[in-house]
Design a protein around this ligand. Structure first.
Ligand code: C2E
Ligand code: MG
Ligand code: MG
Ligand code: MG
Length: 280
């Protein structure tokens, strides 16, 4: 009996593994075709200045419209793309699309905001990123001052020389650099001070409950005051409630992004959002 049960368990486990391995293979295979089939779409989420209420820019967030699976979340496919090095061409595609769209908004309606694009560590290490960004700005006509690049805390803390050089090169071009998901990694404050970074984005896990959890509120206000004293601009992500907004504004947080202001939306919807924002 024990032997039988063992065997059944083993079979079940194998079938289970096959299913997840298959799903992953399907994703990876699909990713290879997705670029040429134009299955990636860039969505935009507004970002506002908390003191003035003005729209100051947006974050570009990639979406994948898979022919069978439907909309696949970047949380699922970005890690796969990172492991297979496909993140480099995908990242360049998102960057190009975001810069082109932002330039259009400038020309069409005098939009003065900044677009923020997420970068993976791999793009900074192997992607020849400084040349790529220069080329994209040249091709699209977007001024460097209107581009912000977000890197995660762990990428920022990577001691790889190539990463440091890339960040310095981007900064020298006049691009704004920000640290994404701040608080989820292990930043050394001393290191943070030496990085050519101007913006800290507080991870939304600290924002979601700050109206009901004293610890989260304490963490958020500590990050705000630490960041401010280092001369950084602070963005809170995942701002969903007026209570979040009021607390953050009171604590001196500069900017906010979240469902309270708008979900990530397709380019056309964002264009209308900008128009309405100007009228309001
Ligand atoms: P992120 O850069 O931290 O982006 C913020 C995420 O929080 C987005 O998820 C956004 O939709 C979500 N979010 C914003 N406001 C709220 C809110 O009020 N409530 C809640 N519950 N969620 C909110 P999304 O679009 O699913 O993207 C997930 C992650 O995927 C991003 O996190 C980023 O790390 C990565 N990602 C997305 N696009 C790209 C890309 O083009 N390149 C790279 N390398 N990574 C990307
Ligand atoms: Mg981001
Ligand atoms: Mg973020
Ligand atoms: Mg985040």
């Amino acid at each position: 009996r024990a032997k039988n049960r063992g065997k059944n368990t083993f079979q079940f486990y194998t079938a289970d593994m096959n299913a997840s391995a298959m799903a992953r293979l399907k994703l990876e295979y699909g990713l290879h075709r997705a670029l040429s089939r134009e299955e990636f779409h860039v969505y935009y989420q507004p970002k506002v200045n908390l003191a003035s209420g003005q729209l100051v820019g947006m974050e570009a967030l990639v979406r994948w419209q898979h022919p069978e699976l439907g909309m696949v979340s970047p949380v699922e496919f970005i890690p796969v793309a990172e492991e297979s090095a496909l993140i480099v061409p995908i990242g360049t595609h998102v960057l190009t699309e975001a810069c082109r769209f932002t330039r259009q908004l400038q020309l069409e309606q005098g939009f003065a905001g900044r677009v923020a694009v997420n970068l993976s560590g791999r793009q900074l290490k192997f992607g020849n990123i400084v040349d790529t960004v220069r080329q994209v700005l040249d091709d699209t006509g977007l001024p460097a001052a209107n581009l912000e690049l977000e890197i995660t805390e762990s990428t920022a803390m990577d001691s790889d020389q190539e990463v440091g050089r890339a960040l310095e090169g981007l900064r020298a071009m006049g691009i704004t650099l920000s640290i994404d998901d701040f608080g989820t990694g292990y930043s050394s404050l001393a290191y943070l001070k030496r990085l050519p970074v101007q913006v800290l984005k507080i991870d939304r896990s600290f924002i979601a409950h700050l109206h009901e959890d004293k610890d989260d509120a304490a963490i958020a206000s500590a990050v705000i005051s630490m960041g401010r004293s280092l001369g950084l601009s602070i963005v809170a992500e995942g701002v969903e409630l007026p209570a979040h907004r009021d607390f953050l504004r009171e604590q001196g947080c500069h900017m906010a992004q979240g469902y309270l202001y708008g979900k990530p939306m397709p380019a056309d919807a964002f264009r209308h959002y900008v128009q309405q924002f100007r009228v309001a």
